[in-house]
Design a protein. Structure first.
Length: 257
């Protein structure tokens, strides 16, 4: 059963709609660098996944199917038939699911620092065990160390601290249930069904979903998809915000409904 997602809806009412969906352990605030420039061209809807931010925390485990169902329910409530989608990490997985299973709802996909599966699920087994025993907050610093390159993080301590607060503030049950969704996520055999124009943005220094094999698998699996690699780690939309925003804007604008 879907839940009523927390969201922020900004920008001109008559502009094409662009949905922004973030990573595990983040809130919709992770898109703050994009808000001002994107709302000049789009009606921008930022969402908190279930178990995150201001959204409900239903009992787990979750599946990407559940997260996508929440989004579809939100679009229905808002009367939006088709939207451009931009998702990072877990948000990109939701985008891939929508692209193959609800293709009539998306005009384009921008998939940032994400994957169609995790060949080695050890990281998720360990993360699930850690959250189960000690909660999310003790893991925040280690998780965020993978989100930004060391030099950038050292130069932007306030941003790093804010990101760590997102992780630490994520409800333990919601974070755990989403980890369980990522552990079993495998959409490789459905990539070929995606027909929406797709841009894949990867971080050259991303330790979580590196270009090889993660971004490469998506680009090779989705017909016509193209790849752009930015000098950044996992949260490339923050670390390389200007370049990421330009790419997101150009791609969504080129494939309006």
């Amino acid at each position: 059963m879907s839940v009523d997602l927390h969201y922020v809806d900004e920008g001109p009412r008559d502009a094409p709609v662009l949905v922004l969906s973030g990573s595990l352990g983040s809130t919709l605030e992770m898109w703050q660098p994009q808000v001002a420039p994107l709302t000049e061209r789009f009606r921008v809807i930022r969402v908190d996944h279930r178990g995150h931010g201001g959204s409900p925390v239903p009992p787990g485990p979750y599946a990407i199917t559940d997260l996508a169902g929440d989004v579809l329910a939100l679009l229905d409530r808002l009367g939006l038939e088709r939207v451009a989608w931009c998702g990072l990490s877990m948000g990109g997985m939701v985008g891939m699911y929508l692209g193959s299973e609800a293709p009539e709802r998306v005009t384009s996909l921008t998939l940032c620092c994400t994957t169609s599966n995790f060949p080695d699920t050890t990281v998720w087994k360990e993360r699930i065990a850690a959250v189960s025993s000690g909660g999310t907050a003790p893991l925040a610093e280690g998780i965020v160390s993978r989100w930004f390159t060391p030099d950038w993080a050292a130069a932007h301590p306030d941003t790093v601290a804010e990101a760590a607060a997102w992780v630490a503030g994520t409800p333990d049950d919601g974070y755990l249930a989403c980890c369980q969704a990522l552990e079993v996520w495998d959409h490789r055999n459905r990539l070929g069904a995606i027909t929406a124009p797709t841009l894949v943005i990867a971080g050259a220094a991303d330790p979580s979903t590196p270009v090889e094999p993660h971004a490469r698998t998506i680009v090779e699996g989705i017909p016509g998809a193209r790849l752009e690699v930015l000098e950044a780690a996992h949260l490339a939309t923050i670390e390389a915000a200007d370049e990421a925003t330009r790419l997101i804007t150009e791609h969504a604008a080129a494939h309006r409904a």
